[in-house]
Design a protein around this ligand. Sequence first.
Ligand code: ADP
Ligand code: ZN
Length: 458
Amino acid sequence: MNAEEILKKRWGYDTFKPLQKEAIEAALAGRDSLVVLPTGGGKSLCYQLPAAMGGLVLVVSPLIALMDDQVAAAREAGLAADALHSNLKAAQKRASYQNLASGRTELLYVSPERLLVGDLYEILAPRLILAAVDEAHCVSHWGHEFRPEYRRLTEALDNFPKAARMALTATATPIVQDDIRAQLGLRSPEILIGHPDRPNLIYRAFPRRDQFKQVLEVVRRHPGEGGIVYAQTRKDVERLAAGLKKEGVSSSPYHAGLSAEERRQAQDDFVNERLDVIVATIAFGMGIDRSNVRYVVHANTPRSVEHYQQESGRAGRDGLPAECALFFSASDLATHRWLAKKDANLPPERERALEKQLRDIGRYAVAPVCRHSLLAEHFSAPYPADGGPAQESGCGACDVCLGETKSLPKEEAVLTAKKILSAAWRAEGRYGTGYVVNLLLGRPNDRMTGNGELSNAG
Ligand code: ADP
Ligand code: ZN
């Protein structure tokens, strides 16, 4: 059977999604590849199908919590799939290991830590045709989820010189792509990069004024539909979830402070459509399998454009229209910076990467530029996707192109800018934004009256 026939027989699909076939062919020919496909692009099939054609495939993934689901999905396609990681019960570990030893296993998921223990090399090496590294952006500190143990993966992969390597991720800028190639030791890899744009998502970004009220407005636009609300802290999550509940919205909180049972329940209810809204920290959603999520709200600014692409990407995986709203405040960026630095001093290159991430997501949130095009540009992809000229009316799927963002007439904008500059100048750069704003609005405060500037504030 060829790849198409197996796709049809085992998965019931008639055609490949973009780049799946190329990735599978590279793997079967023993060539390395870098596969960047957006959420919902069908990455798992790229390494599962080679396993179905005979030979052992190893999948390294940092998301232990999802492995059970992935193993179950692979078994549904008739694959002899198992997992090995620290969270398994002894009996499960034994079964996985026995399958491996007896040569029955076709697909083995491992955590990086488990692989790096080193005891599996000998048993895997003779049969291994493909070593797939999922969430490959984790090797790069330019990416959004650096994991130090990923840096040691080449050391592990070097034990399988005959197996092809496949690095997969949903989001990688060119710098991250280069880093993945280098860090995972990809040998003249096939570079397979899908277009990151998700045309069915409607993006909106607003300055945050009243968090709860603004979130509620979005939720109210989607009565009875599935939605995810992301907030920065557990406290925000609790407050927003309680507020929504009080307004009669079917909703639950989700964060790392809840018990495993409470989290499982919330996730289960949401996936099975017994619950409309999950209010969560970013602890929620990795690989969440509900395709009809109609909106994703960020009540706080995400940590990077990559995070935003990944989190907002959980909306509309069924291809139908869905809304992604972001409520921006500069103070969120300060919080991200503080959290990133509170435990340890960052090495200079990590610090530079962090500052760039914060600048980029801030720009996304405030620039009066088509948001689809900004996201595509961030991942160095052309927009529109075919590289042709932009439509007069823009993308038709963001607040800027839909004409929803307020803009001042040109003369008024120039005058306002002049006033702001002049106020900042008069404050001699000694004071912060808040002071200059008060000065312009003629709002008195102690420091101003002390400086004698109130009377002639513009
Ligand atoms: P990703 O990991 O890239 O987000 P998944 O591997 O979870 O994507 O696949 C997303 C969805 O697309 C899944 O429901 C999967 O079964 C489906 N899918 C994968 N390949 C195909 C295909 N060739 N045709 C139709 N559906 C597909
Ligand atoms: Zn647009």
